[in-house]
Design a protein around this ligand. Structure first.
Ligand SMILES: *Cc1c(COP(=O)(O)O)cnc(C)c1O
Length: 405
């Protein structure tokens, strides 16, 4: 007898499981679980609960003796398609989808730590992640040390004592600082730490932290994975041992669940993510080179530019510079605002990784929660802008930037 309820019996796998399929093929095929109707596109199961053919079947489902969906907070067929597809692209043993990038970030660390534990993090990061590490976890007796992510000596000192979790954001938002993931993972594993990488800025296309030695990867799927400004979502990926020992119980009972509708949007988005990120990266490279040549700009931070201090490491661990860059204006916040207001194609927004090109003034918006001292330390001055390059034609974006100067 089938272990799955009627209608969910997947049609036979057509691809030979022995084939080593390319990630581009996984992006449109992996995780696809067709219902008995044989629909081409992934089905949307917009339901929270599931029924059983008998009381005995319900008992067996709860005892984990049969493979049966139980409740939307634990799993759902559409969410499972998204999770299995992203896991195949990433090369991870598991993926858990979450309702936002922040719930993914919080769960990935909170599931592991208890009072008295020690966390080490690179200092340049998205401001909500910084609030979790400096304001929320310390309330529960967890100590967090911040290090200059680019300095191996400082990492070595910080990781000379027992550490539970190391958290890295590379490239960082918004200054695109590059941390050597292999170097930090090697040091972290010597003291028994689990390495979590926020891979949002690189996307699953340009950097594979698990291949570089990291243990866990997290995403805001709101960014390049959806990439079209529609849904808020997150994902956590890694090894089955981490899922079983830490994460599974935490997410089941604290409930950072992804909505099936959003999962359906995302599973279709994964099909085009590679194309989108490749196009954005090609345009961003051209735009970064153009901006670097302008007298109005003192500094362009983009991992694909030779002038980037982390260029050599970026070449080693990323396959492209990404969609996003930090731009430092010659002049004041007023000059930077004037420039933003003059743009006609590029929108003013706090998002990134979108099909629409977006410009942000981090110090007054996304990163205003950081104190002026911390902002200065990580290079977010009042004249810094973050540009996320979208899918418009690069010649129009260059024209727009040129006329705004
Ligand atoms: C946006 C972002 C997050 C948070 O994701 P949400 O989906 O907005 O909750 C975390 N890390 C980085 C680097 C981000 O850019």
């Amino acid at each position: 007898m089938s272990k799955r309820p009627w209608g969910y019996q997947p049609l036979p796998e057509r691809a030979d499981p022995q084939w080593d399929l390319h990630p581009d093929t996984h992006a449109v095929r992996a995780g696809l679980a067709r219902s008995g109707f044989g629909e081409t596109s992934e089905a949307l199961y917009l339901n929270s609960g599931f029924t059983y053919s008998s009381a005995e079947e319900a008992e067996a489902a709860f005892a984990d003796e049969v493979d049966h969906f139980v409740y939307g907070r634990f799993a759902n067929p559409t969410i499972a398609m998204f999770e299995n597809r992203l896991a195949a692209i990433e090369g991870a043993e598991f993926c858990i989808g979450t309702g936002s990038g922040m719930s993914a970030m919080f769960a990935s660390i909170a599931c592991m730590v208890k009072a008295g534990d020690h966390v080490v993090a690179s200092a340049s990061m998205f401001s909500s992640c910084y609030v979790v590490l400096t304001e929320i976890l310390p309330k529960w007796g967890i100590t967090v040390d911040f290090v200059t992510g680019t300095d191996p000596k400082i990492w070595a000192v910080a990781l000379s004592k027992p550490t539970k979790v190391v958290f890295i954001e590379s490239p960082s938002n918004p200054m695109l600082e590059i941390v050597d993931i292999r170097m930090v993972s090697d040091l972290a594993h010597k003291v028994g730490a689990t390495v979590v990488v926020d891979n949002v800025m690189a996307s699953p296309i340009l950097q594979k932290p698990l291949e570089l030695g990291a243990d866990v990867v997290m995403y805001s799927a709101t960014k390049h994975i959806d990439g079209q400004g529609r849904v808020l979502a997150g994902a956590i990926l890694g090894k089955n041992s981490y899922l079983q020992e830490h994460l599974s119980q935490f997410v089941r009972h604290t409930g950072p669940s992804l909505s099936p509708f959003n999962a359906w949007v995302l599973v279709k988005s994964l099909e085009t993510m590679g194309l989108r990120v490749e196009r954005m990266t090609n345009s961003a490279q051209k735009i970064a080179e153009f901006l670097e040549s302008r007298p109005e700009i003192t500094n362009v931070r983009y991992p694909g530019l030779k002038s980037h201090p982390g260029y050599a490491i970026a070449q080693k661990q990323m396959s492209g510079g990404g969609s996003t860059m930090g731009i430092e204006f010659k002049g004041s916040q007023r000059d930077a605002f004037k420039f933003m207001n003059k743009l006609r194609v590029i929108d003013i927004s706090n998002n990134l990784g979108d099909s629409k090109s977006l410009i942000t003034h981090p110090a007054s918006s996304t990163h205003r929660r950081l104190s002026p001292e911390v902002r200065a330390e990580v290079g977010i001055t009042d004249s810094v802008l973050r540009l996320s390059v979208g899918l418009e034609h690069s010649s129009d974006l260059l024209k727009d930037l040129e006329q705004a100067f």
